[in-house]
Ligand binder design. Structure first.
Ligand SMILES: Cc1cc2nc3c(=O)[nH]c(=O)nc-3n(C[C@H](O)[C@H](O)[C@H](O)COP(=O)(O)OP(=O)(O)OC[C@H]3O[C@@H](n4cnc5c(N)ncnc54)[C@H](O)[C@@H]3O)c2cc1C
Length: 373
C-alpha cells in the first residue's frame, strides 16, 4: 500500500487506526489539534468490552498490556435510590474480564507508543475532489494533500462536512462533571460509597453517577433533563454558583450522595448531543469518518469501544487488502453504519429510560443489560 494517509484527531478512533496501520508497517499522519498529550484533562474512565474495544487492542497487539493496566474490579456497580437505599450491589467475580476499566489517559498513552503524532495541528476543513488528492486545510492557513483522509475528530468534526451535512442535536439531557482526587485518604466515606467501580442514583428526570478511576480519582456526573439554555442566569465558570444550583436541583437527596457534589471541584458542563440514529452518507472517494465524527451517541459505554474497533478494522482492511483501497473503505463504511445504528438505538433508548420521569425504568435497564448481577 503506497497511499498518503492522514487521520484527523488523536482520540481513541484516530490512535487505534494509526497504531494498527503502524503494526502492519504503514505510516499515517496523525493530525491532532491539542498542543500536547496532556494539554487538556484526559477525562474519566472507560470500560472496554470484549469483542469491541478489547478486540481493537488485540488487533493493535496491545491486549496483554491493556490487561496489565486495566481494573477488572472497576466493573462493580451499585445502584441507590435518592434516599440512599441500596437497590443493587454487584461485584465482578475473580475471572470476570468482560468490561474492565481503564483511565482515558492510560489508554491514550498505550495507543501512542511509537506513533509520531503531529500535535497542535488543528484542521479547519477537508476538501475532496482535487486532481492530486484530498486537500486538508489547517487552522493556520497551511494546506496538505493526501490520498485518504480519515476524520476521527469527534463530535464537532471538521472533516464530517466533506461527506455529510448532518450536525449533532441536543438530547434534552445535560451532564455536569465534577472530580474528587485521592478519595481513599481525603474522602474515605465517599470512597466507600462509590466502591471499586460505579455508583448510580436515579430519581425523576435526574441522576447522579460516580465512577472510580485509578489512583483514588472519582468523577461524578449530575445528569438532568433541561432545555439547552437552562443556564442563562448562571455563570458556568463560577464553581460555587454551579454547585449551589445543582444542590437546589437535587434537593432532598441523601446527604452522602450530595456530598459528591459538595466536595467535587471543577464543574464541567456537558450538554449531551447526538447524531441521528442512522447516519450514513454517499461514499466520497478519499474521505471517511470514524467514531464520534460518524455516529455520536449518548455516553452509555459504547462510544469509545466503537471508535477503537472501527479504527482498528479500517486500518486492518487497508493494510491487508491494498489492491483496492477505495473498495476497502466502502466495505468498511457499510459494516460501520450497520453496527453503529444498532448501538445508537440501544444507547438512545437507554438514555430515555435512565433519565426519565420513572426511576424504576432505570433499574429495569440495569437488570436487562446485566441479568446476572
Ligand atoms: C462523560 C462521558 C463519559 C463516557 N464514557 C464512556 C465509556 O465509559 N465507554 C465508552 O465506550 N464511551 C464513553 N464515552 C464516549 C467516548 O468518550 C467517545 O465515544 C469517544 O471518545 C470517541 O472517540 P473518538 O476518537 O471518535 O473522538 P474523541 O475522543 O472526541 O477524539 C477526537 C480527537 O480529535 C481532536 N480534534 C477535534 N477536532 C479537531 C480538528 N479540527 N483538528 C485536529 N484534531 C481535532 C480532539 O482534540 C480529540 O483528540 C463517554 C463520553 C462522555 C462525554
Amino acid at each position: 500500500m503506497r497511499q498518503r494517509i492522514a487521520v484527523v484527531g488523536g482520540g481513541p478512533a484516530g490512535l487505534a487506526f494509526a497504531r494498527v496501520l503502524h503494526r502492519h508497517g504503514h505510516p499515517a499522519a496523525v493530525l491532532e489539534r491539542d498542543a500536547a498529550p496532556g494539554a487538556r484533562p484526559s477525562g474519566g474512565t472507560l470500560d472496554l468490552h470484549e469483542g469491541l474495544g478489547q478486540s481493537a487492542l488485540d488487533k493493535a497487539g496491545l491486549l496483554a498490556e491493556f490487561q496489565a493496566l486495566s481494573r477488572p474490579e472497576g466493573q462493580a456497580m451499585r445502584i441507590l435510590d435518592p434516599d440512599g437505599t441500596v437497590l443493587r450491589d454487584w461485584r465482578p467475580g475473580p475471572d470476570d474480564r468482560a468490561n474492565p476499566e481503564i483511565d482515558r489517559g492510560q489508554l491514550r498513552d498505550l495507543l501512542l507508543g511509537p506513533l509520531d503524532v503531529r500535535w497542535g495541528q488543528g484542521v479547519a476543513k477537508v476538501v475532496p475532489g482535487a486532481r492530486d488528492g484530498v486537500r486538508v486545510h489547517f487552522e493556520d492557513g497551511r494546506q496538505e494533500t493526501y490520498d485518504l483522509v480519515v476524520g476521527a475528530d469527534g463530535a464537532w468534526s471538521r472533516t464530517r462536512p466533506a461527506v455529510s451535512s448532518v450536525t449533532p442535536h441536543y438530547t434534552g439531557v445535560t451532564a455536569i462533571e465534577t472530580s474528587l482526587a485521592d478519595v481513599d485518604t481525603r474522602h474515605p466515606d465517599l470512597a466507600r460509597l462509590v466502591g471499586d467501580g460505579s455508583l448510580a442514583v436515579y430519581g425523576a428526570n435526574r441522576a447522579i453517577v460516580a465512577q472510580r478511576g485509578s489512583g483514588g480519582q472519582v468523577k461524578a456526573y449530575a445528569q438532568f433533563r433541561a432545555p439547552l439554555d437552562w443556564h442563562t442566569h448562571l455563570d458556568l465558570t463560577d464553581a460555587e454558583a454551579v454547585r449551589s444550583s445543582l444542590l437546589t436541583l437535587f434537593d432532598g437527596w441523601a446527604a452522602p450522595v450530595l456530598d459528591l457534589l459538595r466536595r467535587g471541584t471543577a464543574f464541567v458542563h456537558r450538554p449531551l448531543h447526538v447524531l441521528p440514529v442512522s447516519h450514513t452518507w454517499t461514499h466520497v472517494p478519499g474521505v471517511t469518518l470514524l467514531g464520534d465524527a460518524a455516529h455520536l451517541m449518548p455516553p452509555l459505554g459504547a462510544g469509545a469501544n466503537l471508535a477503537l474497533l472501527e479504527g482498528a478494522e479500517l486500518a486492518e482492511s487497508l493494510a491487508t487488502g491494498p489492491a483496492d483501497p477505495d473498495g476497502a473503505v466502502r466495505a468498511f463504511e457499510e459494516r460501520m453504519w450497520a453496527r453503529a445504528e444498532r448501538w445508537a438505538r440501544i444507547t438512545a433508548d437507554g438514555l430515555e429510560r435512565l433519565v426519565s420521569p420513572d426511576p424504576a425504568a432505570a433499574l429495569a435497564v440495569f437488570d436487562q443489560v446485566q441479568p446476572s448481577r
